[in-house]
Design a binder for this molecule. Structure first.
Ligand code: PMT
Length: 408
């Protein structure tokens, strides 16, 4: 999470400089502390005043300008930064950094820092294709600088190709990832998310209100923490997260098949999906028509496979985490599921309460361990809940490691 993280945003002179205002806003929304450094060329495209207003601090544009709260700007900024992000990065700044040049406030700061530097190129497609630019990029990556691939599409110069500034949410996510300790490195995690759809004719189905937000948050946070993640998702309105293996499914039977295909290579399985317990007994090939004066229609339902129950029987060494969507006797019902389905952890939520659970950005949960210990996590963003759930998973991993160490 970016709260209180110190981001130095370097802006260089390209048309995409206007997007740096949006990027600053996103960082500020996430409660990061943002300091902006602009090259003289950047100030031709967007005014320092815009960025100053958005980040709440004076903008650094001149190596020699007298300063208020930073002594020797380039050195102080270099030491201050948890991360330096250059967005947009022109061919010029890429070339200068690759050559070790330091002739303005941005290049001197970059040369003097020990913080990670993320470079987000944006330029004309032919410039990006130019062998010298490519060579400079390779040189920078070999030196440990982090580079994002530019996006594909129509460019300001009316050509089409690679050269667009990466999308703002993608840059923000990359920074989140860079600043998150990799304490799940080496783990392979399978997450299920979203609802399932159980069709009863070609145009209608039974489903539930799951938006996928809880499961996607878990997948994204696990990826940030260094895990290799597969996300099996029912239909949602959310975009497939970057750098995560994404498997789209529709029905509970599809989800079961996908889980069985992917679980073997995983060390941890987290079942956040709201799987329909029942499917329609018959799926009509044609749209069901109203008949005469019928006011009632009866649908016959059949039990769906209990995916987590099946996993509980075959999981071996894997850590299996379930969710319990309850409206009453939350702790009792969740504890029963934990035991009956041979889970290692269960996350219970009250889906009858408004503002949490289905569809909401927030959740409030009780995390129940096999020892019977139950931890209440008050209402907070699903992303924050995801961090806490994964901390509980790590606790199990550590305990198992300790037990193993005691054996040998
Ligand atoms: O998607 P969101 O809008 O963010 O909402 C999040 C959520 C409310 C869906 C999530 O927090 C949650 O509670 N997910 C589990 C919902 C559910 O199906 O709960 P359950 O108590 O019915 O099932 C218990 C466990 O069995 C769950 O891990 C479920 O994935 C699994 N299950 C259920 C039925 C079935 N046939 N197979 C299963 O594997």
């Amino acid at each position: 999470m970016l709260k209180d993280k110190r981001i130095v945003l370097g802006i260089t002179g390209g048309i995409a400089a206007y997007k740096s205002a949006e990027l600053t806003r996103e960082f500020i929304k996430k409660e990061a502390a943002v300091r902006v450094v602009m090259t003289k060329n950047a100030a031709e495209f967007i005014t320092p005043l815009t960025l100053q207003t958005l980040c709440g601090h004076p903008v650094f544009t001149d190596l020699y300008a007298p300063l208020t709260d930073f002594d020797m700007a380039h050195i102080s900024l270099a030491e201050y930064a948890d991360v330096i992000v250059i967005a947009p990065a022109t061919a010029n700044i890429i070339g200068k950094i690759a050559a070790g040049m330091a002739d303005d406030i941005l290049t001197t700061t970059v040369l003097a820092t020990k913080a990670p530097v993320l470079i987000c190129p944006a330029m004309n497609v032919n410039m990006y294709d130019n062998a010298i630019v490519k060579e400079n990029i390779s040189r920078l990556t070999a030196r440990g600088y982090l580079l994002m691939e530019p996006g594909y599409g129509e460019l300001a110069c009316k050509t089409e190709g690679y050269g667009r500034l990466p999308e703002i949410p993608d840059i923000v996510e990359e920074v989140e990832s860079i600043l998150t300790p990799k304490d799940l490195q080496g783990e392979t995690i399978l997450v299920t998310a979203g609802p399932t759809r159980e069709p009863f004719d070609p145009v209608r189905y039974i489903t539930n209100y799951s938006s996928g937000k809880m499961g996607y948050a878990l997948a994204i946070v696990a990826k940030r923490r260094g895990a290799k993640v597969t996300l099996i998702s029912g239909p949602t309105a959310l975009p497939a997260p970057r750098d995560i293996k994404f498997v789209a499914v529709a029905s509970a039977v599809d989800m079961r098949d996908a889980v069985m295909e992917h679980y073997r290579h995983c060390t941890i399985i987290i079942k956040a999906a709201a799987v329909a317990d029942f499917k329609c007994s018959t799926e009509n090939c044609n749209k069901i028509k109203k008949k005469g004066d019928d006011t009632v229609m009866i649908l016959e339902l059949t039990r769906n496979p209990d995916i987590i129950g099946e996993l509980g029987m075959i999981k071996e060494h894997r850590i299996l985490v379930g969710f319990a969507a309850e409206t009453e006797n939350i702790l009792e019902n969740a504890s029963e599921k934990l035991k009956n389905k041979n889970l290692d952890l269960i996350v219970a939520n009250d889906v009858g309460k408004s503002g949490i659970g289905f569809g909401s950005d927030n959740n409030e949960v009780i995390i129940v361990e096999t020892s019977g210990r139950a931890k209440h996590v008050p209402i907070m963003a699903k992303e924050e809940i995801a961090y806490i759930i994964l901390d509980s998973v790590r606790k199990i991993m550590k305990k198992r490691k300790r037990v193993k160490e005691d054996w040998y």
